[in-house]
Design a protein around this ligand. Sequence first.
Ligand code: NIG
Ligand code: FE
Length: 403
Amino acid sequence: MPPAHPRLLWRDLTIFDGRHQLPAPMAVLVDRGRIARLCASDALTAADLDGATEMGRGGVMTPGLIDCHTHLVFAGNRADEFARRLAGASYAEIAQSGGGILSTVRATRAASEDELLATALPRLGALMADGVTTVEIKSGYGLTVADELKMLRVARRLGETLPVRVATTLLGAHALPPEYQDDKDGYIRLVCEEMIPAAASEGLADAVDVFCEGIAFSPAQCERVFEAAARHGLHVKAHAEQLSNLGGGALAARHGALSADHVEYLDEVGVRALAEAGTVATLLPGAFLTLRETQLPPVDALRRHGVPIAVATDANPGSSPMFMPTLMLNLACTLFRLTPCEALAGMTANAARALGLTDGGRIAEGLRADLCVWDVSSPNELAYAVQPGRLRQRVFDGRLTDE
Ligand code: NIG
Ligand code: FE
């Protein structure tokens, strides 16, 4: 039996530490699940080398990637809707005619927990093969208490089945289910008075999310959800300013949200609100691409006001059927003009922050060892080329995994 937590040593690495590229060829020693030593390769001591297994030289090391916004658990697919959109129908029109999110709701309600687990496993496997060590997974395709909890249970089981850390988010306020067709407030009451308390008492949700949009819920309705989440000690997040500007980002910030996500239509007032609250802006270039959006997120204003920017896949069957985090690095640069290092920070240090994690997304001594070593020669190269198979080694909780 190999030791539970071996001492692993890498030398001559180019390191992106979650915020910056470090200047010298570096060495990293992992011991008992932690980054025990981070130093220039030529500064290693005999004590560092003692009992360490040599893991190789060269390559780029980054923190394990953190995909901080996904809808990975769902049944069915929306390839027909894809074809309808290509023929001219908009995402909002499809949603209003009972398709879109609601078509995935019908399939997800009909699926058992085991079926949902079986279909989510390969999707998560694809993220892990491309460097993910932490993933956030939202509910939001159940829209009844039982079906939302079913989705969250599947998300938790994914984290127990595979070497990956899963953060779960209750997204009961994602769409209005047909049984509440003329009673949006009644549905919000169900979310606040039954779903959130049930998810909290069963320990199934780490955060609560809302979809603040004309085709979903109003700022006033989202605010009730935020208040209920706070009463149960849960973090909040928001899908905000994706298709229009309703002020959902500023509202989320006022409620101390970890992140406001999409934010293409976020205005200067909203940017300032995020900055003041320390709320992360999570950019989702896969949804921007898939929906052929033209309104760009206010990247310059986010930079000017010092708002941390995260980048995520938004992996879901409708607006972003994409399961490749390094593609998102490329799209965040190509479509939104992030620098490669900004995009990488968006999938490491800032993504950790968007999940309220204090021990992930960075390479520093003492932190948890979730790491990737890539067969590339610079961090820029990771964002530049869209090429599967570049992950040389993946370390989860101090152990090498074989994704
Ligand atoms: O993040 N905006 C709302 N929710 C998802 C889309 C979900 C779906 O279309 O199934 C998103 O884009
Ligand atoms: Fe989403």
